[in-house]
Design a protein around this ligand. Structure first.
Ligand SMILES: [Cu+2]
Length: 373
């Protein structure tokens, strides 16, 4: 499919210029004139990324001086079954939707090796909202199939931030709604603080990436399936431009975080939920629970809100909510646009173990038929 690939890559390049001025040669860096940064004294640590909703091993309080934290991600274009009979020609960071969450501390350096394997069809890159300059790194990381690149940036601002692919022009929204969004959490060096500046920690962290998909249907209303990502482009573009998603899901497909895949916790545990949306607003709500401390915009230098029922995630951002579970049971964590939660897929479950507290809630009279009415 060389012609389609060439056409798609040509379209991306034509629209993206001049903001994406590519190097003449892949090995030629685009920042050669700057004085070299001497980071030779910094320790390096390599983190192996894991697929969401899980997060790689990390310390909540930085163990010492700032470090260079190395990550590696491979871009994978692949078909993903989103629901019964609905298949997405997906584009992914490391094979998952959303891409893996990275965790570093403020003033650490993130050093990412980004690989675009030769079997892919398209150019890709990465724009870190946590980074400063060069389109968040997007201008320095555009890789063709068969290329890799290494980007280093200093994580100067604490918070949860999205990263996403942004290869230029109409490729940008398409790659994002095809799945190329993830997040990074930059923790304050001395950890998270509550509204009064007291240190707080979490027992578990879950990363919930919300994505909306625009899967085309045929004349009979049946979802269309495509041979490769390029073949899906024009039909998908038409659905995208109507702004009516076919699916709104957590972690890449309907049911990714329910049933056997439900999140787990226990009474007395504090769970940090990081929620990202790369393209569209959302409003997470934990049915039967709350957000004890919520950094709605995800930025830890701001005082967290308390006791929230629902919080708002701006499209193109990641927020964080800390909650201590007080009752056992199955909690639904939803996008409280309930049409999107129930009919389009944006529901997760948290199964919480522990003992019930009748002081907080008790069924005083079970539903009973009324007589004499
Ligand atoms: Cu991409």
């Amino acid at each position: 499919m060389l012609t389609r690939r060439a056409a798609l890559m040509g379209a991306a390049g034509a629209v993206s210029l001049p903001i994406f001025a590519r190097a003449a040669k892949a090995e030629e860096a685009l920042t050669p004139a700057a004085a070299p940064a001497d980071l030779s004294k910094l320790k390096r640590i390599r983190r192996e990324l894991v697929a969401p909703p899980f997060v790689h091993e990390h310390e909540q309080v930085a163990p010492g001086e700032p470090r260079i934290v190395e990550f590696e991600m491979t871009i994978v274009e692949k078909e993903i079954q989103v629901d019964d009979g609905a298949y997405l020609q997906g584009m992914t960071f490391n094979g998952s939707i959303p891409g893996p969450m990275m965790v570093v501390h403020q003033d650490d350096y993130v050093e990412l090796t980004l690989i675009n394997p030769p079997q892919n069809m398209l150019q890709h890159n990465i724009d870190f909202h946590a980074a400063t300059g060069a389109l968040g790194g997007g201008a320095l990381t555009l890789v063709n199939p068969g290329e890799k690149t290494v980007l280093r940036f200093k994580a100067t601002r604490p918070g949860t931030f999205v990263y996403h692919c942004a290869p230029g022009g109409p490729m940008i929204p398409w790659h994002v709604v095809a799945g190329m969004v993830g997040s990074i959490m930059v923790l304050p060096r001395d950890g998270l603080k509550d509204h009064e500046g007291r240190r707080v920690s979490y027992d578990r962290v879950y990363y919930i990436g919300e994505n909306e998909f625009y899967i085309p249907k045929d004349e009979a209303g049946v979802y269309k399936r495509y041979g490769d990502v390029g073949e899906s482009y024009l039909d998908t573009l038409e659905v995208m431009n109507g702004l009516v998603p076919s699916h709104v899901v957590f972690n890449g497909k309907v049911g990714a975080l329910t049933g056997d895949n439900a999140l787990k916790a226990a009474v007395g545990e504090k769970v940090l939920f990081v929620h990202s949306q790369g393209n569209r607003d959302s409003r997470p709500h934990l049915i039967g629970g709350h957000g004890d401390l919520v950094w709605e915009a995800g930025k830890f230098n701001n005082v967290p809100d308390r006791d929230l029922e629902t919080w708002f995630i701006r499209g193109g951002s990641a927020g964080a909510a800390l909650y201590e579970f007080l009752q056992p049971g199955v909690y639904a964590y939803v996008n409280h646009n309930l049409i999107e939660a129930v009919n389009l897929g944006a529901t997760a479950h948290v199964v919480v173990a522990g003992d019930w507290n009748n002081d907080l809630m008790e069924q005083v009279v079970a539903p009973t038929e009324m007589t004499g009415i």
